[in-house]
Structure formats: structure tokens, C-alpha cells
Design a protein around this ligand. Structure first.
Ligand SMILES: N[C@@H](CCC(=O)N[C@@H](CS)C(=O)NCC(=O)O)C(=O)O
Length: 206
């Protein structure tokens, strides 16, 4: 299977999930400005949503929507424990997190990145992002990960969206629990290898 990704964007989350799951996969980078892939293909011809992440399965099926892709990946290798089993109440809790991160956090960053939605919109959405930082910090207090001691795909997603604070110069030091959480997730070997592959580690930045 192949993941189409753009460095540091929301596709980082399924990229981490693939790495944590220990599966065989390929990646292909997409330039979201030109919509060209690294092998010179027109991404608009590949992705009908013209967005990353896109997971193309070996049978040709396309899976889109990050919150769904990561669950698909988690279920391919249950031994990696990246998601509680389907049908359990714990799975509902995981889905609650994925939906919260997607609807309340991920998309609230849109006007902050676009910088053309007007000052008021930026102010309102920055406020929303900070409110979410407070909420997740409260929930993470005393815990390693969102679901407890076990790293799950919800952590891959949360780490990805909180990592955008680096690109947007949002100071997260008022949320020390979140600062420690980001460090904890970043230090995982599978996450390190993905950050390296996407050129997001400082040593690769030059
Ligand atoms: N609902 C989609 C949204 C995906 C999305 O917003 N992707 C962004 C990158 S984070 C993108 O590819 N945007 C297209 C563009 O910038 O042209 C999901 O959750 O996977």
C-alpha cells in the first residue's frame, strides 16, 4: 500500500500509524502548491479530493480521511495495539478522540495557515485552538497517552496537530503537560523514523 503525504501536514498521523504498526508500505510525497507528486504525477488525477492523506491499497482501493485511515491501519496489525478492538466500548472512546481532534482541532488551524481569512477569523480560531490545548492538557494530566499507558492512533493525530504550533509560532509553554506529551511522542523510535523521512528533524532541516 502507498501513502500519499505532504511533509508535516495531517498526513503525518497515518504515516506514524504505518510506522508504529510495523507494516510494509510505500510513501509518495505531494507538493500541495503545485499538486505534483515526487515522481512527477498530477496529484489531481490520483486524489479526487486533491488532499492528503490518501492511502492506496494493493487492490487499488482508495482510503481517505485521516481519522478513518489510521483506524484501518491499526486494524491491520492488532498486535501493535494502536486501537482497541472494533465493537468494544474502548473503541468508542478512541473514536471520540479522533473526531474531536479532526473537527475541533485540525480544521481550526485552516485560517491560521491560510493567513487570508481576516484578523477576526484568525483570532477566533486561535482561541479555539488554545481552548483545545487546555482541554487535552486536562485530560492528559497524569497519563502517558490519551487512552492511558498505551500509545494509540489518537496520539499520532494529536501529536501531528499540536506539532503545527511550531510552524505557527504558537507558544505551548502555558500547557506544560502538552509540552511533555509532545516530547514523549516525538521520542518514540517509530515516530523518530517518520520525522526523519519527512525531513522534520532539525538535523535534516539544513
Ligand atoms: N478531511 C480530511 C482533510 C484533509 C486535509 O485537510 N488535508 C490538507 C493537508 S492537512 C490538504 O491536503 N489540503 C489540500 C491543499 O492544501 O490543497 C482529513 O481529515 O483527512
Amino acid at each position: 500500500m502507498k501513502l500519499y503525504y505532504a511533509a508535516g501536514t495531517c498526513s503525518l498521523s497515518p504515516h506514524i500509524a504505518l510506522s508504529e504498526a510495523g507494516l510494509d508500505y510505500e510513501i509518495e510525497r505531494v507538493d500541495l502548491k503545485t499538486k505534483q507528486t515526487e515522481t512527477g504525477k498530477d496529484y489531481n488525477e490520483i486524489s479526487e479530493k486533491s488532499a492528503v492523506p490518501l492511502l492506496v491499497l494493493d487492490n487499488g482501493e482508495h482510503v481517505t480521511e485521516g481519522a478513518v485511515i489510521v483506524q484501518y491501519i491499526a486494524d491491520l496489525n492488532p498486535d501493535a495495539k494502536l486501537a482497541p478492538a472494533n465493537g468494544t466500548f474502548e473503541r468508542v472512546r478512541l473514536q471520540e478522540w479522533l473526531n474531536y481532534i479532526s473537527s475541533e482541532m485540525h480544521k481550526s488551524h485552516f485560517p491560521l495557515f491560510r493567513k487570508n481569512c481576516g484578523e477576526k477569523a484568525e483570532e477566533v480560531y486561535l482561541e479555539k485552538v488554545k481552548k483545545a490545548y487546555s482541554y487535552v492538557s486536562e485530560k492528559l494530566d497524569g497519563k502517558q497517552y490519551l487512552m492511558g499507558d498505551q500509545f494509540t492512533v489518537a496520539d499520532a493525530y494529536l501529536f501531528t496537530v499540536v506539532n503545527w504550533s511550531n510552524f505557527l509560532n504558537i507558544d505551548i509553554s502555558p500547557w506544560p503537560v502538552l509540552v511533555e506529551y509532545q516530547k514523549r511522542v516525538a521520542a518514540r523510535p517509530a515516530v523518530q523514523s517518520v520525522l526523519k523521512a519527512e525531513g522534520l528533524l532539525k538535523e535534516n532541516a539544513a
